[in-house]
Design a protein around this ligand. Structure first.
Ligand code: OGA
Ligand code: ZN
Ligand code: ZN
Length: 402
């Protein structure tokens, strides 16, 4: 005789909910979901440090407020309780913490969870390109759409983050359009060339960009420790002849050098070059200096910033005598590649177009020209751009395109 199975309330809950159990190991709180084998472990000290109670944490500002000198580094849980939503912990010093379980699962100390955070919350993965790929990766936006639609603003900023370049058209031929874009993101980045700079041939010029001669491939302001992250160049008037812009993705160039000739790569990465700019603008004298390699890596060995400017590389060169020739050899290899047809792209902007690009990653330049040409430039900073991307994504629960 089989007993008829009558489902009970708990069985339904089990079907629709995640059933969690909690255990304590020597120094971790271990959570386990019934349908998975793996435990998710959180060290006691980390949980206590991230207690969300009002004594430890100020919710509105998302900030930890517990004074570090009052923090109990040795707190141990005495009681734990978990549901599918909450983990409650009572500590041996009479403190109580409550955590959201979905929140905790995102903070797991696993490579996968941390990679997910890095790519989806921290910064988008950059995708490098060659000249051949350029027409496909170059995204085009319309000026008024970016001003009016948050989704368009976000797409523009994502394109900049991923490809390091994007085009905006229909901006008209009046000044001040870059400022509107910059304010739409956050703030203009001020430099010694002002909030806004006008690139046009000027008599008695104080910068070689303000000649009608060719402007070699370069990054702007390598002589700043806090070099501007992004350039916006609005073509207001194009010259009668010439004036084409050049671009190359130096992250792609550096990757090729690293793979084909590690010795040259390491010279470019390890040699501190002195970058400088000395003159005056609007009656204000400046003398800016920064020393940094052409290829700057972060602590994970990822390229973080490229510095390159033939005019702004100082004659002061603080390396041992026997290193000088090695350096010039590496400089030759780098220069040849950024100008090679494999990496270098050229196009002529039309009046009303705005070229936007990552100044930490791309080199840019301009061909010589005849006639009157006028380009208005402003800078943005990556800190503000990434902040804006995160806020826009959160506000609109935007699912990132892969
Ligand atoms: C500059 C510059 C580009 C241009 O002024 O630094 O890169 O198109 N200008 O004139
Ligand atoms: Zn607390
Ligand atoms: Zn420039």
């Amino acid at each position: 005789m089989f007993k008829r199975y009558i489902p009970r309330l708990n069985d339904f809950i089990r079907l629709t909910r995640n059933i969690w159990t909690v255990n304590l190991s020597e120094s971790n709180v271990c959570l386990k979901q019934d349908k998975y084998e793996e435990e998710i472990k959180f060290p006691y000290v980390w949980l206590r440090d991230n207690c969300r109670c009002p004594k430890c944490f100020h919710e509105l500002s998302h900030s930890r407020t517990i004074l570090i000198r009052h923090f109990n580094f040795d707190a141990v849980p005495t009681k734990t309780y978990v549901t599918d939503e909450l983990l409650e912990i009572e500590w041996n010093d009479n403190h109580k913490s409550t955590f959201s379980v979905p929140w905790l699962t995102k903070k797991q100390f696993t490579n996968e969870a941390q990679k997910n955070w890095k790519e989806n919350v921290f910064k988008d993965n950059k995708i490098i390109w060659t000249a051949e790929q350029f027409p496909r990766i170059l995204k085009k936006f319309t000026f008024s759409n970016i001003l009016e639609r948050d989704s368009e603003l976000l797409s523009w900023l994502e394109s900049l983050a991923i490809w390091g370049v994007a085009f905006i058209d229909n901006a008209g031929q009046t000044e001040g359009k870059n400022q509107l874009l910059a304010e739409r993101v956050a703030f203009l980045k001020q430099t010694q060339y002002g909030n806004v700079f006008r690139v046009e041939a000027k008599p008695e010029t104080t910068n070689v960009a303000y000649l009608s001669a060719p402007l070699q491939l370069h990054t702007d302001l390598p002589y700043y420790h806090y070099k501007p992250g992004v350039n916006l160049l609005h073509c207001i008037i194009q010259g009668e002849e010439g004036g084409e812009n050049h671009l190359a993705d130096c992250f792609a160039v550096a990757k090729e050098i690293k793979e084909k000739n590690y010795e040259i790569y390491s010279v470019l990465r390890d040699t501190n070059v002195i970058w400088s700019d000395k003159c005056y603008e609007d009656g204000r004298y400046y003398h800016s200096i920064h020393d940094a390699p052409v290829i700057c890596e972060n602590k994970f060995g990822e390229i973080e910033r490229i510095n390159f400017s033939q005019p702004q590389r100082d004659s002061q060169f603080n390396v041992p005598l026997e290193h000088v020739n090695k350096w010039y050899n590496a400089l030759r290899a780098f220069s040849e590649l950024i100008y090679s047809p494999k990496y270098s792209v050229r196009f002529q902007m039309k009046p009303g177009e705005i070229l936007t690009f990552d100044n930490l990653r791309l080199v840019h330049g301009r061909a010589e020209y005849n006639g009157h040409r006028c380009v208005e430039g402003v800078y943005l900073d990556w800190d503000h751009i990434y902040s804006r991307i995160r806020v826009l994504r959160a506000n609109y629960s935007y699912q990132k395109k892969k």
